[in-house]
Design a protein around this ligand. Structure first.
Ligand code: UD1
Ligand code: UDP
Length: 385
């Protein structure tokens, strides 16, 4: 029997938790692996919702979140907090996910103790240093510290190869978000929340809206909310469901522009299970989120991305996602067109799965086996060149 290896997963925000959950659960079931979970808790309530849903017990919790935290606060607190934990646990590898500040700092903290780094969801690039900000650089900087790059798609792999990374360390695994989604969405799902239960998709249409990007705070958000308010006023069969991010800078603009309006349901951040099932019942999604650009296409739901660019071009190429920017007129016009023109809508509403097949976690663990010499076989890649 080969000796046990210790893997430490480090993450801090809601999307990282959702996307690491299937992997952590699988690692914990593996008798040859000890999986230690460390959360920075850059998010608090929004992280805890996910940990509870997936029944993930954390071994370490840095509990760093504070209202109005800056990038300096998150970076400094997470880096110092991780020092002692890594020193004590001495994992064989640290796994980080995606592009948050917890991701980059997790990788940096591991590097300072010469611990190998595995980057889940590696290689996405917008090519613009300031958009998404600071995520583009968080992801690039994490890449430079990484030993094993778990690229979700061949496009991401190509980005890494262009930057000179060695193909031996890159594995095309699919995105673990699809692992989470397929475990969560059910056709017969019934909401426990009575307000959501009352939504009738046979007589009305649900628009799901989420926003949180730092570069959209302030006027861009104000513009997008005005556009969707106009849409709801114009289309009496439309109900907008908007789980509002906890960031007070988001909340104040949401309240100002969308508070107290008919058929606009402003709700708290939803647990992942009802939220993923809400997506499945939605007509259309408007968002600046990264994860939603991956989940909604898998469910055949058109997505209008409230940003000027995206590091997730695959679903744009297949037609389910459209970049609409942040200008009020454009968002209004494109949304109106999709609500009025069935042909245009049906053209977008094709279920596509460029991001995964639900087996990403399995491939990542197979890649670890290969890396440790427990297997001579590289995992089969997800998707095609
Ligand atoms: C962070 C990530 C972003 C990711 C997003 C997912 C960085 C710099 N940003 O952005 O990449 O896409 O999470 O949602 O890493 N808050 C709460 N409770 C929570 C969570 C947040 O009250 O559970 C409030 C706090 O006041 C906090 C603020 O939201 O200060 C902003 O949180 P922060 O993590 O800094 O930024 P996000 O916009 O959430
Ligand atoms: N999500 C959720 N509840 C909500 C809104 C979003 O569980 O009320 C999930 C969503 O399905 C996706 C993830 O949170 O998996 C996206 O998180 P977010 O938009 O905060 O971050 P990003 O993906 O942009 O980094």
């Amino acid at each position: 029997m080969t000796s046990l290896r210790k893997v430490m997963a480090v993450f801090g925000t809601r999307p990282e938790a959702i996307k690491m959950a299937p992997l952590v659960l699988k690692l914990q079931q593996d008798p040859r692996i000890e999986c230690v979970v460390t959360v920075t808790a850059q998010h608090r309530e929004m992280l805890d919702q996910v940990l509870q849903l997936f029944k993930i017990n954390t071994h370490y919790d840095l509990n760093i979140m504070q209202t109005g935290q800056t990038l300096y606060d998150i970076s400094a607190k997470a880096l110092l907090g991780l020092q002692g934990i890594l020193n004590k646990e001495k994992p064989d590898i640290v796994l980080v996910h995606g592009d948050t500040t917890s991701t980059f700092i997790g990788a940096l903290a591991a590097y300072y103790q010469q611990i190998p780094v595995g980057h889940v969801e590696a290689g996405l690039r917008s090519g613009n240093k300031y958009s998404p900000f600071p995520e583009e650089m968080n992801r690039q900087l994490t890449g430079t510290l990484t030993d094993l790059h778990f690229a979700p798609t061949f496009t991401a792999r190509t980005n890494l190869l262009k930057e000179g990374y060695n193909s031996e360390g890159i594995f095309v695994t699919g995105n673990t978000v699809i692992d989470a989604l397929v475990q969560t969405v059910r056709k017969e799902y019934v909401f426990t929340d009575p307000v959501l239960q009352k939504l009738d998709t046979s007589t009305g249409r649900i628009l799901v809206v989420t926003t949180h990007r730092r570069e959209n705070l302030g006027d861009p958000m104000s513009q997008m909310y005005k556009a969707v308010r106009d849409i709801v006023q114009e289309f009496p069969d439309v109900t907008l469901v908007f789980p509002v991010h906890k960031n007070p800078a988001v909340r104040s603009v949401v309240q100002r522009e969308l508070g107290g309006q008919n058929r606009i349901l402003l709700v708290e951040p939803m647990e992942y299970e009802p939220f993923a099932n809400l997506l499945n019942k939605a007509y259309l999604v408007l968002t600046d989120s990264g994860g939603l650009q991956e989940e909604a296409p898998a469910l055949g739901k058109p997505v209008l991305v409230l940003r000027e660019n995206t590091e997730r071009p695959e679903a744009v190429a297949s037609g389910t996602v459209q970049l609409v920017g942040t200008a009020r007129d454009n968002i209004y016009n494109v949304t109106k067109k999709l609500l009025e023109d069935d042909q245009e809508y049906n053209r977008m509403a094709q279920a596509v799965n460029p991001y995964g097949d639900g087996q990403a976690s399995k491939r990542i663990i197979e890649a670890l086996y290969y890396y440790w010499g427990w297997s001579t076989q590289r995992p089969e890649s997800f998707g095609q060149l």
